[in-house]
Design a protein around this ligand. Structure first.
Ligand code: 5RP
Length: 222
């Protein structure tokens, strides 16, 4: 299977975790987009969806799926999203699509996180993929220096030559050169830097289920 075929296969497999008559949390990125396209086929079985980005909200609406404000939701049985890296224990790096803050917020509201990813995302140690950190714009230089002191090589993410601005009006630092041996502890350390909005480590709250693509089909991890 190609990478895209693996993404499509895990997206389809994730439908089994959709709870009838419930609101479902939906992530951001190319794998999440495959999932949204699959979800469209069973849209009459759900009440609606909470989106983790403006892009996801637009795609959900384009399929006729009702987008619900998280503030109006009291129960979210499941959140389904991709990852940039995932360990066999379910710790993840996320944020390649710049949606990490809303992804983490929706994750925190959900009873179950189902990660869907092609097999290339499975790693033993997080950090080969540069770690995204969302920051308040006025603090990006000082946060960069603090991340460098922790051993990373931060770069301000650009779009068309200008700092990329997230859905929340913030910037992203991509931190290369890390080997994250204790993801939950490093998540806490980075969270503690003043000016950081969100770090794209999902380790204090890992995936509950991971559906990973492979040449032989979908494998369930965690
Ligand atoms: C977006 C994310 C995505 O889940 C992550 O970047 C994976 O994306 P893709 O499914 O396109 O490989 O965290 O912020």
């Amino acid at each position: 299977m190609t990478q895209d075929e693996q993404k499509q296969a895990v997206a389809r497999a994730a439908l089994q975790y959709v709870v009838d008559d419930a609101i479902i949390g939906v992530g951001t990125g190319s794998t999440a987009n495959f999932f949204i396209d699959e979800l469209a086929g069973i849209r009459d079985r759900i009440q609606g969806a909470v989106a983790s980005s403006d892009a996801t909200a637009a795609r959900l609406r384009s399929h006729g799926i009702k987008v619900v404000d998280l503030n109006d939701v009291t129960s979210l049985p499941v959140y389904i999203d991709g990852a940039d890296e995932i360990t066999p224990q379910g710790a993840m790096i996320k944020g390649g699509g710049a949606a990490l803050t809303r992804e983490k917020i929706v994750t925190s509201a959900a009873d179950k996180f189902v990660c869907i990813a092609d097999g290339s995302k499975l790693v033993q140690t997080l950090g080969r993929f540069p770690l995204p950190v969302e920051v308040i714009p006025m603090a990006h230089a000082i946060v960069s220096r603090k991340l460098a002191a922790l051993g990373g090589e931060p770069t301000l993410r650009l779009k068309d030559g200008q700092p990329l601005v997230t859905d929340n009006g913030c910037y992203i630092l991509d931190v290369a050169g890390l080997q994250i041996g204790n993801p939950a502890q490093f998540e806490a350390t980075v969270n503690n830097i003043v000016g950081v909005v969100t770090v794209g480590l999902f380790a204090q709250r890992c995936a509950d289920v991971a559906l990973l693509g492979s040449p032989d089909g979908v494998k369930t991890l965690v």
